[in-house]
Design a protein around this ligand. Structure first.
Ligand code: 5GP
Length: 182
């Protein structure tokens, strides 16, 4: 494998997407664009933020073995394209997977050399504040995501690197060190 595979997990609202968009400013770092059955948010574009597909199309892809991993989160399916992942690694890229804890377990089994990072929000209040502020989920959805977050914390020991995402610059510095980017 020429490239480097990197998982970034953490509770919804912990800042994974922001961290990934900073890291991907470097030409050799790319983020996997997941497939999902979730409806797009107002600002989200198909093929940019996600590949938005129907549940039937998702199941078909599962049957065809086209996912490196997939999982259900808040009633929606999310999955990583095996083909995209393989090509990125063949091309020597640092390939970021912003995926949940269950998808991460599947990837760890298939790609033991994967670098695993768990992002932790500074505290629970900050997490709730970020979820409410970003205004993409209603109250019930925010509550559900906070509930799932409690469960996700239990998996953090499975990750080699746990980083508290308080100040973005510090987080990026720490991740760059983990990725040996100098
Ligand atoms: P959101 O709906 O906020 O975009 O994502 C919800 C959760 O699904 C987040 O924890 C995100 O990391 C996770 N997720 C996004 N894409 C994938 C994927 O391809 N596979 C898995 N297992 N989880 C994903």
């Amino acid at each position: 494998m020429k490239g480097k595979l990197v998982i970034i997990s953490g509770p919804s609202g912990c800042g994974k997407t922001t961290v990934c968009s900073h890291l991907t400013q470097e030409p050799n770092i790319k983020k996997s664009i997941s497939f999902t059955t979730r409806a797009p948010r107002a600002y989200e574009k198909d093929g940019v933020h996600y590949h938005f597909i129907s549940r039937d199309a998702f199941y078909k892809r599962i049957d065809e073995g086209r996912f490196a991993e997939y999982a259900e989160y808040c009633g929606n399916l999310y999955g990583t394209s095996l083909d995209h992942l393989t090509k990125a690694l063949e091309n020597g890229l640092i390939y970021l997977l912003e995926i949940d804890v269950h998808g991460a377990s599947q990837i760890r089994k298939k790609f033991p050399e994967v670098i695993t990072i768990f992002l932790i929000p500074p505290d629970e209040e900050t997490l709730e504040e970020r979820l409410v502020k970003r205004n993409t989920n209603n109250k019930a959805e925010v509550d559900e995501r906070l509930e799932i977050a409690k469960d996700e914390y239990k998996y953090r020991d499975n990750y080699k690197h746990c980083i508290v995402n308080d100040k973005l610059d510090d987080t990026i510095k720490k991740i760059r060190k983990v990725l040996e980017l100098g």
